[in-house]
Design a protein around this ligand. Structure first.
Ligand code: BTN
Length: 284
């Protein structure tokens, strides 16, 4: 008996069942499809680190962990969650010479759109994006971060895209009070197998469209889809920039490079390419 399902522990295996590797492989690995291998490991440090270390790996390798002991987020942050309480997965993508490398920066944004659309459908929650790639849900009317994307270059020609989603975390298990989970957002389903399938199918579709369009964010529709699902646009925000500076303005648009265009009080338009955004006023 593991500590998780020992008597007295509030979560048993029945509440947080393991993923079904065989069923996931059957559903997702098909000839001609993007996903070429799928592994579920009981625990690892970080699925992103494992795949970055393992390159060259073929495009379409999927690694899912039931638990991460050294999960990583953007800007050198940690990503923590109890075993089997969420989705912790990474994939290898190799956009190839058909997509100019300057456009690869769209991959984390594309993964955010794919995860948000897949999860909204499969979990029955309204999920939105906070620029650049936080996945938000509403818990008691308040926006809460429930997932995120970490994309990292692996060698010259590969990108490892990691997706983390809080699925069954209770309020007292959240890493920070401003976080959320699908169960706290009253998801109709928190069964992780269909949620993983929905995320990976949606990612396969969006990535296929984007790659066919040579990575063009307009022609592939990804720029429009991102803007449609983005809770940041139209809001007054504070952008906390790398290096400690901050700037406040209205989030006006997403430009062709995936940058957030802010309208500042003095009329200047400034495009932000990295940083943390704080939504200063509630959204609609
Ligand atoms: C963020 O919001 O800052 C990004 C979080 C990304 C977490 C996922 S979980 C799977 C993959 N492995 C990691 O170590 N990180 C990503």
């Amino acid at each position: 008996m593991t500590p998780e399902n020992a008597p007295g522990n509030r979560w048993s295996d029945l509440d947080r069942p393991p993923l079904n590797t065989t069923a996931l492989r059957r559903a997702l690995l098909r000839p001609g499809g993007l996903w070429t291998s799928l592994e579920v490991v009981p625990a690892t440090g970080s699925t992103n680190s494992d795949l970055v270390r393992a390159t060259p790996r073929g495009e379409g390798a999927v690694l899912i962990a039931e638990e991460q002991t050294a999960g990583r987020g953007r800007l050198d942050r940690v990503w923590t969650a109890p075993p089997r309480s969420g989705i912790f997965l990474s994939v290898v993508l190799r956009p190839g010479p058909g997509v100019p490398v300057e456009r690869w920066g769209w991959l984390p944004l594309l993964a955010g759109v794919a995860a948000a659309t897949g999860l909204s459908r499969a979990a029955g929650v309204d999920m939105s994006l906070k620029w650049p790639n936080d996945l938000l849900v509403k818990v008691n009317g308040e926006e809460r971060k429930t997932g995120g994307i970490l994309a990292e270059r692996a060698g010259d020609d590969a990108v490892v895209v990691g997706i983390g989603v809080n699925v069954t975390l209770r309020a007292d298990e959240l890493p920070v009070p401003a976080a959320g989970s699908l169960v706290l957002a009253n998801a109709v389903s928190t069964d992780r197998d269909p949620l993983v399938r929905a995320v990976l199918r949606s990612l396969e579709q969006w990535y296929g469209r984007w790659r066919e369009a040579g990575g063009d964010p307009g022609a592939s529709g990804i720029q429009e889809a991102y803007a449609a699902g983005c809770a940041t646009l139209g809001r007054t925000v504070r952008a906390e920039l790398p290096g400690g500076r901050a700037v406040t303005g209205e989030a006006l648009a997403l430009d062709g490079d995936g940058r957030l265009v802010l309208g500042l009080a003095d009329g200047e338009r400034r495009a932000i390419s990295a940083g943390d955004i704080v939504h200063l006023r509630p959204g609609g």
